[in-house]
Write a protein that binds this ligand. Structure first.
Ligand code: SF4
Length: 114
């Protein structure tokens, strides 16, 4: 498997291989890339950022408070598309808990007047 380390702007090209149960990561410029490559191979996760619509118009930018499995991102975005924020929120406020059963809470990353 080939991927790019996203842990810093260097963007090292990683090659991750599993042979006889042993995982190897090559191409990383530092130990963070090794850790990232192993996680990406076995359980890839991402922090998700998106926009939620207000019930009376406008949008609020949000993100998950933790990385979620990549195969849950579609569920989360479908949840976000249907969700409406019906009150004012401040940056950093939790808008929803355990969104789309991902285990992640949704945090506002901008103020919203509601
Ligand atoms: S392996 Fe290290 S140097 Fe390379 S992109 Fe990842 S964090 Fe940056």
């Amino acid at each position: 498997m080939n991927t790019t380390c996203i842990m810093c702007p260097m963007g090292c090209a990683l090659t991750i291989e599993e042979k006889e149960g042993v995982l190897t990561v090559v191409g990383n410029g530092c130990p963070r890339g090794d850790k990232y490559g192993r996680a990406e191979y076995s359980h890839p996760e991402r922090v998700v950022t998106t926009l939620l619509k207000g019930s009376r118009g406008g949008v609020v930018s949000v993100k998950t408070d933790r990385p979620i499995p990549k195969d849950k991102i579609g569920d989360l975005l479908a949840w976000a598309a249907a969700y409406r924020v019906d009150h004012a929120v401040e940056t950093g406020e939790v808008i929803a808990e355990n969104a789309a059963d991902t285990g992640a809470n949704i945090l506002a990353t901008s103020d919203f007047k509601g």
